[in-house]
Design a protein around this ligand. Structure first.
Ligand SMILES: C[S@@+](CC[C@H](N)C(=O)[O-])C[C@H]1O[C@@H](n2cnc3c(N)ncnc32)[C@H](O)[C@@H]1O
Length: 209
């Protein structure tokens, strides 16, 4: 089955490199293509603090682990998920919040942690098998992530978020383009060929308030 050749490669590679999930290579490709971490370690936020990254839907923790490895002890990483992480991240610059991004208390706690220079979201609902249901749950998550990102991103910051393809991309991209200099959809190589997920990548956020 040709569709299953590549996942085996990515899964084996993830295991060898110590990541709990193959999804790490999606973020790696996106970050490299859009230069998301370039210069981040030398940047200073508006609060005068080191660069900060928010990872939404972080469990089991591959994206967080990869980001921590890239950050090499500089800056801060905050992760949030309704499930526990499968990694032991002892870094002093890492904190994990267990809860839902749809919960206002959680969102308020994340606002307090900001501003962030980069918000990444791989958050996805547990799939039900019904594409319409999954898509509408995914859209609810995407709206929540997008709304929060607009509140917590520092000027010049970037946003990466997973969406299930199905008609909302155009509207979401046009909303993003109103607040970011660039926004586009991008499907990394490591996405399963049969998967209907893609990522929206928006860069150079310019807060208007
Ligand atoms: C594909 S996994 C993320 C994989 C992760 N990026 C990694 O590399 O390990 C999607 C995650 O979204 C989380 N999620 C789903 N709904 C959520 C919500 N309302 N708030 C926070 N996380 C959520 C799930 O619990 C799941 O862990």
């Amino acid at each position: 089955m040709p569709g299953y050749e590549r996942p085996d490669y990515w899964s084996l590679r993830a295991k060898k490199e110590g990541y709990p999930a193959r999804s790490v290579y999606k973020l790696e490709e996106i970050a490299r293509k859009f230069g998301l971490l370039k210069g981040l370690s030398g940047r200073v936020s508006s609060k005068g603090s080191p660069p900060a990254i928010l990872d939404v839907g972080a469990a089991p923790g591959s994206w967080s682990l990869w980001l921590l490895r890239q950050m090499k002890g500089t800056g801060r990483l905050v992760a949030v998920d309704i499930q526990d992480l499968g990694i032991v991240a002892v870094d002093a610059n890492f904190s994990f919040l267990k809860g839902s991004i749809l919960d206002e208390t959680v969102r308020a706690a994340l606002r307090d942690e900001g501003p962030f220079h980069l918000v990444v979201s791989d958050a996805a609902p547990a799939t039900s098998g019904n594409r319409l249901v999954d898509q509408s749950r995914s859209e609810e998550l995407v709206e929540a992530v997008m709304g929060l990102a607009m509140e917590v991103l520092a000027p010049g910051g970037a946003l990466v978020m997973k969406i299930f393809q199905g008609g909302e991309e155009r509207r979401l991209l046009s909303e993003l383009r109103a607040r970011f200099a660039q926004a586009r959809a991008f499907k990394p190589e490591a996405c399963r060929s049969e998967s209907f997920e893609t990522y929206l990548v928006a860069t150079e956020f310019n807060r208007q308030d």
